[in-house]
Design a protein. Structure first.
Lengths: 136, 597
């Protein structure tokens, strides 16, 4: 017992521990559960979506979220949303708000969604494909 | 794309590993890299989700989809449908046994809804082999808080106020135990984690060590600080290889980060932990026997007092706590004693993990607040009895406990209420039995276990339990006498009161409790040589219905002991003195002429 230990990255205060925790939290942030205060982005990834380039959209969203270091957001891929004419589709679900569906979301528009809609709370009017949608 | 957008959590607990979850992980990784998704989707081996009856379990984040009984062949479909196209594979979702509807997320499952997870808080959520993930979920903050902001006495007091009691069986207040050791004189003290989980059917300690080893290490360090011990020992049975492996990884990582070793958190407190493997003897769960085993001696108990808190390992003051008890410590330090004592009943605070098994639909580990009724556990969480059969009894407390009947289903469970109805909490094994379980046979099963595990040091346990077992064996063979029942009771009470340690003192409990609640079954075995559950093979006698038999000779041909006689096209007959009750004739008869007893 009482083995001599070489302390490589010893944590020596609660502040250091908290810093380490904030770093580590990013790794597990995908695993949030329940109805939190986070925004949900749904990307249509059915055949039509994929064919229209939804994977690029998804990558762009994830990339922009990481760049802007937003942590209360969750990107989920879903099946066909039924608007195959306007794929790729991204639906934005903000807590307590009506969902907004954007169509023809390419790389550029995906980044726009993050920067305008999510960060500045401005809707990108010309990209909304339907306004009458009510969440069931 | 280098940003990870999804985590596939595959259960890496022993239950799921035994149904090939390790291979699932490899296959998932291979498949993901073959479709070029390996950079954006991570496969993570996690701890036990608790829903072991439905394993192997795969949970996908952030979609929060819970797949059950995932086979190796299902990997392609999950990746192609769910990961690539975002379509949930419905056939792999869990179906509720009563409503027959598929449920996608754990928060909507009856099995999880009524649970309250403190000890199992990180199991199935983190990767137990990554200390950073434990830290992300508030890991090691309790240790930091205790060392930097609290005195040793304050730590002990917070546990005392919280009302945490030992989860290994006895239910002794943990704070009090720590106080005793801290007040014992001596420079060298020890804290031992009792991971010698021995109750048949209980596996919560293993799951905690496999799924969240750091929670135990952190609590041991806190216990060391509170009691004045600088050395911790985890005594774990060698038959838990996966838990040992993860424990060792966790200890290494904790040392690397300075949570174990010298001058932890810069507080000047030194603490380190070593692992000691046991050979898996039930008696070594008893603290004095455990200490002897750690010392390298025979695992035999000694008389108390002196208690380990005065003279334990190497004659020094020692605290022995169970794994689940330790797993409760950090949340108490972080959230306070009031939070903890607001959960549970008057005398028993917090939650308890039960290993639900037997004739119940949802088999697995469940953690519920103290005071939950058996009915809630069996019917709401457990999903009721398999095949809609009749509930007969539930056995709690393993070989030290007893049976609980339908009359006590609505009793809120805590340490005291279980004792009052002739059972005990034990380590939390809970075996549900239906009408096809014979109560005499159950008692015999547990006694067989106890006589096997008796260390042999004291006579009442060594010889008494064996004699009791022999009587039960006679009864189940149909050779019992009426006075055997009196003998059983006499012996049981003598053993209870004269044995040296807890093993002998509680070994007769399964017999006493089944005799109390199911005396008529004992009488039937003795007087009528009849076993209503049909479990005692020696009492089963097959016969042939002379109205239905057409003399086809099929039964006579398959009988392994040739005890069926009769010419072709004539009615056959079974010689019941020769019959070994194998049931081969019953299976062979195409005319329902063989009567099953």
């Amino acid at each position: 017992m009482n083995i001599e230990v070489v302390n490589k990255m010893s944590v020596k205060s609660l502040e250091e521990l908290k810093k380490l925790r904030e770093e580590s939290k990013k790794k597990v942030s995908l695993r949030k559960e329940g109805k939190g205060d986070y925004i949900e982005l749904m990307v249509g990834m059915a055949t039509c979506g994929i064919a229209a380039g939804a994977r690029t959209t998804l990558s762009a969203l994830m990339d922009e979220i990481q760049k802007k270091d937003i942590d209360n957001i969750k990107v989920v891929q879903v099946g066909c949303l039924g608007y195959c004419h306007s794929e790729p589709i991204v639906q934005v679900n903000e807590p307590g708000k009506e969902p907004i569906i954007y169509g023809n979301v390419d790389d550029k528009r995906a980044r726009e969604i993050i920067n305008k809609h999510i960060i500045n709370h401005e809707l990108i009017d010309d990209a909304i494909i339907i306004e009458t949608y009510k969440k069931p | 794309m280098d940003t990870v957008r999804s985590h596939i959590m595959v259960c890496g607990g022993t239950g799921c590993v035994s149904s090939d979850s390790e291979k699932l992980i490899t296959l998932f990784k291979e498949k993901l890299s073959s479709v070029d998704y390996d950079k954006e989707v991570n496969v993570i081996r996690t701890g036990c989700f608790g829903f072991c009856g439905q394993g192997p379990i795969v949970k996908i984040h952030p979609d929060n989809v819970f797949y059950v009984q995932v086979k190796l062949d299902d990997v392609d479909e999950i990746v192609e449908e769910h990961i690539i196209k975002g379509r949930i594979v419905k056939r792999l979702l869990y179906e509720e046994p009563f409503y027959k509807r598929k449920v996608q997320s754990t928060s909507k499952m009856d099995f999880y809804k009524k649970q309250y997870r403190i000890a199992l808080r990180n199991c199935g959520i983190i990767n137990p082999e990554e200390i950073e993930e434990y830290i992300a979920y508030d890991g090691y903050e309790a240790l930091g808080k205790a060392l930097l902001e609290m005195s040793a006495e304050e730590v002990t007091n917070i546990l005392k106020d919280a009302g945490l009691r030992g989860r290994g069986g006895g239910g002794f207040p943990t704070g009090l135990k720590w106080e005793f050791t801290s007040k014992s004189p001596g420079n060298q003290k020890y804290i031992i984690c009792n991971a010698d989980e021995g109750d048949p059917g209980a596996f919560m300690d293993r799951s905690i060590l496999e799924g969240d080893p750091h929670s135990v290490l952190e609590a041991m360090a806190i216990g060391g600080y509170a009691t004045g011990a600088n050395s911790g020992i985890v005594y774990i049975r060698a038959e838990y290889p996966l838990a040992i492996k993860r424990l060792n990884i966790a200890i290494e990582q904790a040392r690397e980060f300075g949570f174990l070793g010298k001058d932890i958190f810069g507080s000047g407190f030194d603490f380190d932990i070593s692992v000691k493997l046991g050979a898996g003897a039930f008696v070594c769960g008893e603290e004095t026997a455990l200490i002897h085993s750690v010392e390298g001696k025979r695992g035999e108990p000694t008389k108390k007092p002196p208690f380990p808190s005065e003279s334990g390992y190497q004659g020094k003051p020692t605290t022995v706590n169970n794994v689940e008890t330790f797993a409760n410590v950090c949340p108490i330090i972080l959230k306070g004693s009031q939070w903890f004592s607001s959960i549970g009943t008057e005398t028993s605070k917090g939650t308890k993990v039960f290993a639900l098994a037997g004739s119940v639909n949802n088999v697995g580990l469940v953690e519920v607040p103290m005071g939950t009724t058996l009915r809630e556990i069996i019917y709401d969480i457990g999903g009721g009895i398999i095949g809609g059969k009749e509930f007969k009894a539930v056995q709690t407390g393993g070989p030290s406990g007893g049976v609980i009947t339908v009359n006590d289903l609505d009793t809120p469970i805590d340490y005291e209420s279980l004792k009052n109805i002739g059972s005990m909490m034990g380590s939390g094994g809970m075996i549900i039995m239906d009408e096809t379980s014979c109560m005499v046979n159950i008692a015999k099963f547990y006694l067989d276990f106890s006589q096997d595990e008796s260390c042999g040091k004291c006579t009442p346990c060594r010889i008494g339990v064996k004699r009791m077992y022999e009587i039960l064996e006679r009864i189940t063979k149909g050779e019992g006498q009426l006075e055997d029942l009196e003998k059983l009771e006499l012996l049981a009470n003598m053993i209870k009161h004269s044995s040296l340690c807890g093993l002998g003192q509680t070994a007769p409990n399964p017999v006493l409790s089944t005799m109390k609640y199911f005396r008529e079954e004992y009488l039937e075995h003795v007087e009528n040589h009849y076993c209503r559950a049909g479990e005692c093979k020696d009492l089963l006698k097959y016969s042939i219905d002379s109205n239905k038999c057409i003399g086809c000779t099929a039964c006579a041909k398959v009988c392994p002991v040739s005890c069926i006689t009769g010419k072709p096209k004539e009615i056959h007959k079974i010689d019941q003195t020769q019959c070994i009750s194998c049931g081969a004739c019953f299976d062979a008869c195409k005319f329902d002429a063989v009567i099953k007893p």
